[in-house]
Design a protein around this ligand. Sequence first.
Ligand code: DLL
Length: 443
Amino acid sequence: MASSDKCAAKFNPVSAPDYLPKKQLQSLQLSRLKMIVQRAYDYVALFRQRMDQRKVTPDDIQSLDDITKLPFTVKTDLRDTYPFGLFASPISDIVRLHASSGTTGKPIVVAYTQKDIDVWASVMVRTFAACGLGAGDIIQNSYGYGLFTGGLGAHYGAESLGATVIPTSGGNTDRQIMVMKDFGVTAICCTPSYFLHLIERASEMGVDLKALPLRVGVFGAEPWTDSMRIRIEKGANIKAFDIYGLSEIIGPGVASACCAQEGLHIFEDHFYPEIIDPETLEPLPDGTEGELVFTTLSKLAMPAIRYRTRDITEIITEPCSCGRTIRRIKRVGRRSDDMFIIRGVNVFPSQIEEALLAVEGTLPHYQIVLTRKGDLDQMEIQVEVTADVFSDKVRALEELQHKLGQSVEHTLGIRAKISLVQPHTIQRSEGKAKRVIDNRDMS
Ligand code: DLL
């Protein structure tokens, strides 16, 4: 089957809001925005205090542009009000809690009413429809079930879609492959890095993923590049879709790629996007890169008002060839928190991924190790290369190392030590991959 046939764009009732005429969409957004601001003002003390300080009332929201009058919310607001301080519903109306583990201390807690869960399922249905899935598909859900939003978020969406869901959760890789093969799985949901691991393990087990009915991957929860997407698509003969979301907004189901695979459609009837300059906090026009900010337009239990995601992207101005009218963002390759500074240069792991995968002979498994010698930062990039390269002459290895060094230097403008390592040396992830190990002593 040609890959375009594998994913015919589906216009069906479940994805109807994706095709709303702009004016209609904006009027829906405005009425929802007014409702949510009023709700947050009435029930969330922190928000009310900030509005009062700015001398802004919910009545000041008369147009979508008035959103800029509202204060921002940041992750530390969730930490500071841990665990339930930003809830706008009494606990008796809350049917589900999830939590996202932070790097330090307590997690942040997010809440859902039954209506919120229904909206979540509906945006995940639209996500799956955008990925060309529907009733009759057998979806293996390998996102982790538990406090992480990935597992249950995708699960309810897949059920509402009318597909058959297999709730494998993450881990137990050999069993995942057995299920995929024996149950005739047509689509898989997991992080792209875990799927790479599945491809690799399947081949070791003598299972040819390309020969299975598997045709779609619904991948997200971590940054990955277009080069990685192409490697995955070739490695398993599937169409790999990028889906984006974050716990504070709902979980997965905030934005999704479609068959055109040029950016991710934001389900903006529920999640109103803005791009701001992270330094000045000024709004930036569509088509300009900056920090993505969301206001949830319908979330009852825990409305997010102008939540700063730290994710860097831009809103695409051109209409999409798939016909959806909801706007798109570019693939989120960078997150301001992921940036590290090495010898004065700002570096994002995704830039390194791009530089490595541009060179033939590399495998898509890498890790960046930062150390400090005296006053000087050192960056070592460990990258796996194919077994053939290792069995070749030393000269071939040196050549590859040189090429990779050049590719990285060309991309970043600084040199890095490249270490070619045998396949399987770098630890595989079952969820979000850890790309950077920072051993620099910052004290
Ligand atoms: O990762 C929700 C999710 C689950 C999304 C399954 C997609 C699939 P958190 O654990 O709160 O929620 O992490 C959210 O992960 O702010 C981004 O930095 C990153 N992220 C999520 N999806 C993508 C993506 C889930 N497609 C944080 N591309 C976000 C790049 C992503 N980064």
